[in-house]
Ligand binder design. Sequence first.
Ligand SMILES: O=C(O)CCC(=O)C(=O)O
Ligand SMILES: [Fe+2]
Length: 274
Amino acid sequence: MNQFVTITSFITGCLAIFLIFFPTLRWPASSPQVFGTTEHQQTPPAQFQNYSTVSVSTDPLLIYIINFFSSSEIDHILNVTEGSFVPSHVYSPGSLPHRNSSSCVLPSSDPIHDLIIARSREVLDKVLREHPATGLSYFDIEPLQLVRYGPSEYYHAHVDWFDTLHRENKGWNSRLYNRGASFFVYLKDNCVGGGTHFPHIAAVTKKTHSAALHHLMTSLEGGITFEPRKGNGLFWVNLQPGGMGDGRLLHAGLPVKQGTKIGMNIWVKRDFGW
Ligand SMILES: O=C(O)CCC(=O)C(=O)O
Ligand SMILES: [Fe+2]
């Protein structure tokens, strides 16, 4: 009898827990468009910032964003993060460190945090609409990470996507994800060197680019290098439509020879279910 009561209580308990959580469970996205749009409706519109985009490469997709952050936004970000940089995490230490920069996170409680997320979602939703062939979808954005380089500091060639899917650290509702896309926005550019170099992006003729980009992009046989320019940024899609990492998005933060370079990574999470 006692056993019967215990089993019945256990089953009732499980049922109650399931009923409480069932309405909030989210199933994997059935189509990229739906997922991106749904999430976008939950975010406030980005405060007006007169940025513009220039398509540098369509396959793989690499976009240059002019004037993505205003100088007052940048001043604010640099002020609040000034004391918090620590040596960047090194994933694959060899004889030479893979990188020797410093990093920190812009806290999600910062007044400007949600604005940056909303503006990034604006660009993402435009990409979903205009470049469906990329297969990009997203459901969230990682903590906003700043990276700082002083003289002789660098980040060797790497890709932003993970070899194996990461699981979010959010308890029972943790999803599997990879970095579907990356933004890298320059916050400080008073340096010599420090370009962002993509060795495998096909060189494109300079004629196709706006005057603003003309001086900031070196397009040689060895790929493309972007000079750091405060307020401007890059956006690229990391994964192939089927979800595999795209090796063509290998990139490096070239050594800073003099001065300081600071940038912000905005990594976009593509959903891979439970
Ligand atoms: O420093 C750069 O130009 C690129 C930085 C980067 O790729 C990264 O932090 O993942
Ligand atoms: Fe990177």
